[in-house]
Design a protein around this ligand. Structure first.
Ligand SMILES: Nc1ncnc2c1ncn2[C@@H]1O[C@H](COP(=O)(O)OP(=O)(O)OP(=O)(O)O)[C@@H](O)[C@H]1O
Length: 227
């Protein structure tokens, strides 16, 4: 069997707030295998975003290790972490964070161009992904001319652009009405299954969480298997 796409070992993260130390992650252990879809649940403020940012190499933990595709990123320098992140991880945020000056297709091309893919190849892949998201006819629109659900589907296409083994999603449907949330979530799950991508998805929506392979609950700084 191949390496897990993500392993967290004894992950610790602390913040200082008003002179007090808040230990948000108190030794988190977690393994995500290739193609697995896992929901990350837990009360507001429990540290789901903090966990995703550390797992996604956007921030360094205060203790423990983050191992991506068998590579220990904990002690790697920033350059190595950035390359590893670009090559293996796709992020989807609650607010899409698309670049407003660029069209949908250009937004999906961007991470590929940063990774050194040619313009022609990046455009072809971006168009394929937008088709997969049902957004082919909207490819040349800027984000402001797309609905919230369409913007979020562009963000999912962008996250998949570099064929990551791992998608980290932070309440990807939290900002959408229930019907649109359902459609966007379905698109994310079927795209991940279709492309064999593993995903860790933070969500407050129990119905959506119930449809993942596993659910993990973060509370009081600990991560445990949930029902
Ligand atoms: N940069 C920071 N500096 C200080 N405290 C922080 C920082 N980032 C997060 N925190 C604190 O860490 C705790 C966890 O925050 P986090 O955003 O990870 O929770 P969450 O589970 O994602 O919440 P929600 O479900 O509401 O999005 C909160 O108490 C928050 O105030």
């Amino acid at each position: 069997m191949s390496d897990p796409v993500l392993m967290l070992e004894g992950l610790v993260r602390r913040f200082e707030q008003a002179g007090e130390v808040l230990e948000v992650l108190r030794g988190i252990d977690f393994t995500l295998n290739p193609g697995e879809l896992v929901a990350l649940v837990g009360p507001s403020g429990a540290g789901k975003s903090t966990l995703l940012h550390a797992a996604g190499l956007l921030e360094r933990p205060d203790g423990g290790r983050v191992i991506i595709d068998g590579t220990d990123a904990s002690r790697a320098d920033d350059g190595v972490r950035t390359r590893l992140r670009r090559a293996t991880i796709g992020f989807v945020y609650q607010f899409h964070h698309l670049l407003p000056e660029f069209s949908a297709v250009e937004n999906v091309m961007m991470p590929q161009l940063l990774a050194g893919v040619s313009k022609a190849k990046a455009r072809a892949r971006a168009n394929d992904l937008l088709d997969l998201m049902g957004l082919g006819p909207r490819a040349d629109h800027r984000p402001a001319r797309l609905s919230g659900g369409e913007q979020q589907r562009v963000a999912i296409a962008r996250a998949l652009a570099n064929r990551p083994g791992l998608i980290l999603a932070d309440e990807p449907t939290g900002n959408l009405d229930p019907e649109t949330a359902e459609r966007v979530f379905q698109t994310l799950v079927s795209a991940a299954r279709d492309q064999g991508v593993a995903a860790l998805i933070a969500t407050h929506n129990p119905e959506l969480a119930a449809r993942m392979d596993r659910r993990m609950r973060l509370e009081h700084g600990r991560l445990d298997r949930a029902a």
